[in-house]
Design a protein around this ligand. Sequence first.
Ligand SMILES: Cc1cc2nc3c(=O)[nH]c(=O)nc-3n(C[C@H](O)[C@H](O)[C@H](O)COP(=O)(O)OP(=O)(O)OC[C@H]3O[C@@H](n4cnc5c(N)ncnc54)[C@H](O)[C@@H]3O)c2cc1C
Length: 437
Amino acid sequence: MYWLVAMPLRVAIVGAGIGGVTLANYLAKEVKSNGSEKLEVTIFERRSIPGGPSGGALVVQGEGLAILSELGVADILSDVLPGGDTVSVPDVPAGRLPRIEASAAVMTTPGVHRAGHKMPARIYVLRETLLERLMEGVQEHVAVLPNLEVSDVREKDDGVELDYRPCINADNEDMMNVAKDPDEVTTATFDLVISADGCLPCSNAAKKIPGDGGTPSEREQVLVCQALCPRDPSSTAPMVEQEIYLEQSQGLVARLDLGMAVGPGPESGSLCPWDMVNLTVQLEDPVRGVPKPMLLSAVFNRYMMLVKDTHIVRMANAVVSRADCSHSGGILHAWVPSKREGIGKKWVSDGGRLAGLGDAVHPMPPAGGWAANCTMGDARCLAAHISTLCAKSASDEKLETEDVRSSLCNYEAARKAVVAPFVAISVEETKRIIGDK
Ligand SMILES: Cc1cc2nc3c(=O)[nH]c(=O)nc-3n(C[C@H](O)[C@H](O)[C@H](O)COP(=O)(O)OP(=O)(O)OC[C@H]3O[C@@H](n4cnc5c(N)ncnc54)[C@H](O)[C@@H]3O)c2cc1C
């Protein structure tokens, strides 16, 4: 059955994490240039502020960095880092993954960099900082609805019905699954619903895409710990970017990364460099999850004993103890990532009005540092397809549901080809650290 899609094209984005906010940023530009009579965008987020899983720093590289450059965010971030136009490439042990080469390949995409400006191959940035920058200007053109959880979506021939309800406890992980009042549900109808709701058990939109969207994700046997604190402006300690693989008698057991991240500065809205130590370790019992915050520095200490270079140990210890001190403004944070095998089989529903992006359709292990970058790439590609649909409807041609479905299927095919190798790299790198379990 073919239906004409009326204008404006009403798009709902479920989830204001990295993927949802990147998509909203691109679509806000579309609304700004073509008007809300062509496109109407609403973003639902169960938390009180956009941001996805809280805490920690992300590495932005490859496609993600190219996108931030295109959106005018990368320059702002790289300017904060001392010597921000260079990157020190660590020694690459034999057989190590070609992370820099992979990002360099994507970075050669022409036209996305400011002429004459040399960008680092990757930038670490605190998640909240990245999201704040991506959200700038979005609210003027997109309806951003926090504290609302999407509880169900139903695809019909002429639209998608979306149920949502208030969710005031989502910032508190412990209260995530408290019973909600079913009477509080409101229903709205959209032409397109984008599932950018990640892979938590509460992610409801992706479950309606037949295929892997409904498969529950499992916890990886990996613990990622991060120590972050604003760099002391009077510090004369050199910046070091280093990846160290830690070995015990049974082989590799962990990886320690030292570096600099961009985070909030002392003045409201300002940015400054943060010292950062990341530790990725095997986790025997992922069900027990993250150790209590008071034990995190002990986890760092345990693995730091395996580092042979005493200078590195001193520097890393200094960052961990400052991050652990309540007055430093630092963060000591850990998380257990989720996984599903491979990339989701279907990213678009049979009716063609519901599509997924990011962790909702391809959660991947963290060791490669590619998940958020692939997610941003999905958002950019999807935004380009939605823009083309809007352009078609603005011309004399009629926009039909089949146009929408085939456009989203083209998005799925294009992105699967890009994302699959990164999932493989991330799985491979995780196996290298934690063994083939
Ligand atoms: C601490 C940490 C460090 C990481 N480091 C890296 C890194 O260095 N490099 C990298 O590439 N990746 C990293 N990742 C992974 C990366 O964060 C994810 O791949 C990325 O966030 C996926 O983006 P997303 O938009 O798909 O999902 P998310 O960022 O998970 O966002 C989903 C959003 O949807 C909301 N939501 C969920 N269900 C509902 C619902 N029913 N209704 C309304 N809203 C809903 C959630 O509250 C959340 O805000 C890290 C992850 C964590 C937690």
